[in-house]
Ligand binder design. Structure first.
Ligand SMILES: NC(=O)c1ccc[n+]([C@@H]2O[C@H](COP(=O)([O-])OP(=O)(O)OC[C@H]3O[C@@H](n4cnc5c(N)ncnc54)[C@H](OP(=O)(O)O)[C@@H]3O)[C@@H](O)[C@H]2O)c1
Length: 335
């Protein structure tokens, strides 16, 4: 069977397509024929940063497919079931533990960019019945992160306003979840064209960061000088200051992303205190959150936004496309 893996030196141009022996499921394991995988910003980082780069690693945390084999003792799955893997294979529910980092798909263990893979049976989730494999493959990282942040960590309530920064995978999932739950999504993007699409998905307000670089002032104005109840903070050090200024008193900031880098922020933390606001560090979410999200999209019939589907053979081009930032929503690879 074929798989993509990181080459000897980093860079998406050095991804290698190889032929390897198909894996066999051991006790408690499930063999999945992967049909689709999706990319996240993390994958564009992992393929390029020299630090921690693992030659031979199969990339991508997000894959969906069909069960084609089960090992001894497997009770949760049968052949033919449609499943997706969880980002952290061992985080089922409850508080995060550092040991979960030892089994992060596409990071510390081989990921989804291959035709067949074995998974521990506890690390799989049944995918929504109305989703294609491509749609299901958008869920494990971006979908679960948005759900876990907004619903489980921020305690979103209908009527709440939610600030989404940019229109990538996490933000568009966040926009859709908020809109489908009776929230008031406010989207900031560098592109007018993407803001139009955000409106069509239910954004109540849109702000062009190109036309309005101090977009936090506009957030304040649009919320009658109250601020937003929740911020899905995917920007990191370069946007934190504006997120802190955008959040309402008693509001919540889910600190998710690093789009502006890993360095320190010049943001004063004083607004956090004066507003009695809460900031939570987020790393995707657990299997329970994923299963909740599946029930939610089945109930609401919400469908994820796929910008473009690449063929398996075109994987390096898919990495380059995501890194270009031209996408709206998710970029998927058909396996
Ligand atoms: N902690 C976690 O659990 C977790 C999980 C998933 C993702 N993340 C992180 O969250 C971030 C988003 O991930 P993703 O996969 O959704 O990314 P993505 O799909 O690549 O989306 C990136 C989008 O964000 C906007 N953007 C890019 N650079 C920006 C900047 N400097 N300032 C403001 N906006 C910017 C752009 O949207 P516009 O063109 O519309 O402006 C761009 O298309 C990444 O840092 C990722 O590592 C963290």
């Amino acid at each position: 069977m074929r798989q993509w893996q990181f080459g000897q030196s980093n860079g998406s141009e050095n991804l290698e397509l190889t032929d390897v022996t198909a894996p066999q499921p051991g006790p408690g394991q499930v063999l999945v024929r992967i049909r689709a995988a999706s990319l996240n910003y993390r994958d564009t980082l992992l393929v390029k940063v020299a630090d921690g780069y693992t030659p031979g690693r199969v990339p991508l945390s997000d894959g969906a497919g069909d069960v084609i084999g089960v090992g001894a003792g497997v009770s949760r799955w049968s052949i033919g079931d449609r499943v997706a893997g969880t980002f952290f294979q061992d985080w089922i529910s409850g508080r995060f533990e550092m040991r979960y980092h030892q089994a992060a798909l596409g990071g510390t263990v081989d990921g989804a960019l291959r035709e067949e893979a074995v998974f521990p049976e506890h690390s799989l989730v049944r995918v929504p019945s109305h989703y294609s494999h491509e749609e299901a493959a958008t869920m494990p990282c971006a979908g679960v992160t948005a759900w876990y942040s907004l619903i489980l960590r921020c305690g979103f309530q209908p009527g709440d306003s939610v600030l989404l920064i940019g229109t990538g995978g996490v933000s568009v999932w966040g926009l859709q979840i908020a809109a489908a739950s009776g929230g008031r999504p406010i989207v900031v993007s560098s592109s007018q064209e993407k803001l139009l699409k955000a409106r069509q998905l239910g954004a109540a307000e849109t702000i062009s960061s190109a036309a309005t670089p101090d977009w936090d002032r506009e957030v304040f104005r649009l919320t009658s000088r109250r601020g937003v109840d929740h911020v899905l903070e995917v920007g990191g050090p370069g946007t934190l200051k504006r997120s802190l200024s955008s959040v309402a008193a008693g509001g919540k900031i889910a600190q998710i992303g690093v789009l502006t880098g890993f360095g320190p922020s010049d943001a004063s933390l004083f607004p956090l205190l004066t507003k009695n606001a809460t900031m939570s560090g987020i790393y995707v979410g657990h299997r329970d959150a994923f299963e909740q999200l599946v029930r939610f999209v089945e109930q609401t019939q919400l469908r994820p936004v796929i910008d473009r589907v690449f063929l398996f053979e075109e994987a390096p081009a898919a990495f380059q496309y995501l890194a270009s930032g031209r996408h709206f929503g998710k970029v998927v690879i058909r396996v």
